[in-house]
Design a binder for this molecule. Structure first.
Ligand code: R7I
Ligand code: MG
Ligand code: MG
Length: 341
């Protein structure tokens, strides 16, 4: 298998296994001892007979893959159609409480502007949940360059999340995956990695201030949350050497369902354990507690893009639902990407 294909497969399989394994702890509000997490993920699951089910994170990721492969280009309406199909096929996959309303409106009203239902959420503020960021990794595999990726990640996020924090979180998560795809192990430099994301975030946040709103949505808070600022705090965490203290990490970054918490937590889990292994990053992500399936899935996408599928534990690949399908998606998006460049 080529090195690039290894990384493509790693991205989608990484996102999937993170979701499946993290789901066991979703909603645990406190941090979880690392040893307790590894007891479950490295041995507890050995006895499981049925595949470990994936949640909405992976359901929406596969909808993005399907649309890309069906259209052979990026098409936002097709993305919306696939999300709706995926949701109504199985609404019990643990979706966010409010996002089902968007899918209902997309299905029942078939609006000309497909971002309209998302803009109606939360009294017109739009959702700041992490649901756009959690699904975004296939777009990093598809895109020709960082600029294109930022544009389509933004469009994709707006189908369900109109709040600027939800949208920017998706763009930054996408760029983190894209960057990790282009670094060969073991040459990750944590500070450079975070600096790159800070640079991207600063540019996005400058543009947001210029425009004052996204796509006509009045969702820009007076003092919007800054991902760039949060990632500077993340760098401080490294310097202070507090990083082993998960309580401090959660206090600084958060571990919740908001994109502004989950995305930084996922990036941090990748870089902190990035010198060690794929499984260390994912296990660490789960140990932060909170929105564990989503944080572990986003960590898994970034780590998998860096390490490649060959470094994903065989046990995880054999126990999680739909790993084979993720590999097929990765291979086909790889081919599509080759045709595009
Ligand atoms: O963002 P979303 O798709 O949810 C993703 C999360 C992941 O953890 C998945 O694993 C799954 O468990 O859900 O779905 P939304 O319903 O848009 O947002 C999720 C939640 O964030 C909402 O149900 C709210 O609790 C909260 N939320 C908000 N609360 C108040 N005001 C999001 N936006 C707002 C807001 O503007
Ligand atoms: Mg989920
Ligand atoms: Mg979740």
């Amino acid at each position: 298998m080529s090195a690039v294909l290894n990384k493509y497969r790693g991205t989608l399989v990484g996102a999937l296994v993170g979701d499946c394994l993290g789901a066991n702890y979703e909603g645990v509000s406190s941090v979880i001892p690392f040893g307790e997490v590894t007891d479950y993920t490295m041995s507890g699951i050995k006895n499981k007979k049925d595949p470990i089910r994936y949640t909405d994170d992976s359901a929406m990721t596969r909808a993005i893959c399907k649309s890309l492969l069906d259209q052979k280009k990026y098409d936002n309406r097709s993305m919306a159609v696939e999300f709706v199909k995926e949701f109504f096929k199985d609404p019990t996959r643990g979706y966010g409480q409010a996002v089902g309303k968007v899918f209902e409106r997309l299905r029942d009203d078939d609006p000309e502007d497909i971002t309209y239902p998302a803009r109606c959420q939360f009294d017109g503020q739009g959702s700041y949940g992490n649901g756009a960021a959690m699904r975004i990794s296939p777009l990093a595999l598809f895109s020709k360059n960082s600029q294109e990726l930022q544009e389509i990640a933004c469009q994709n996020a707006l189908i369900t999340h109109a709040h600027i924090c939800g949208v920017n979180g998706a763009i930054i998560q996408a760029i983190a995956v894209y960057k990790a795809l282009h670094i060969e192990p073991p040459s990750l430099e944590p500070y450079n990695f975070i600096d790159h994301l800070i640079e991207v975030a600063e540019k996005i946040e400058e543009r947001n201030v210029d425009k004052r709103s996204l796509s006509g949505s009045p969702s820009l808070p007076t003092r919007p949350f800054s991902y760039a600022g949060k990632m500077k705090e993340m760098k401080e965490l490294f310097w202070q050497n507090d990083a082993q203290e998960t309580g401090t990490v959660v206090e600084t970054l958060g571990n919740g369902i908001r994109a502004q918490e989950a995305v930084p937590a996922a990036i941090f889990s990748f870089v902190l354990k990035g010198k060690l292994s794929f499984e260390d990053s994912v296990n660490y992500a789960i140990s932060l507690g909170g929105d564990t399936d989503t944080i572990a899935s986003m960590t898994g996408a970034i780590s998998g893009a860096y390490w490649g599928v060959e470094n994903v534990p065989a046990l995880w690949k054999s126990k999680c639902e739909a790993v084979d399908e993720a590999i097929v998606f990765a291979d086909r998006i790889f081919e599509l990407h080759q045709e595009r460049i």
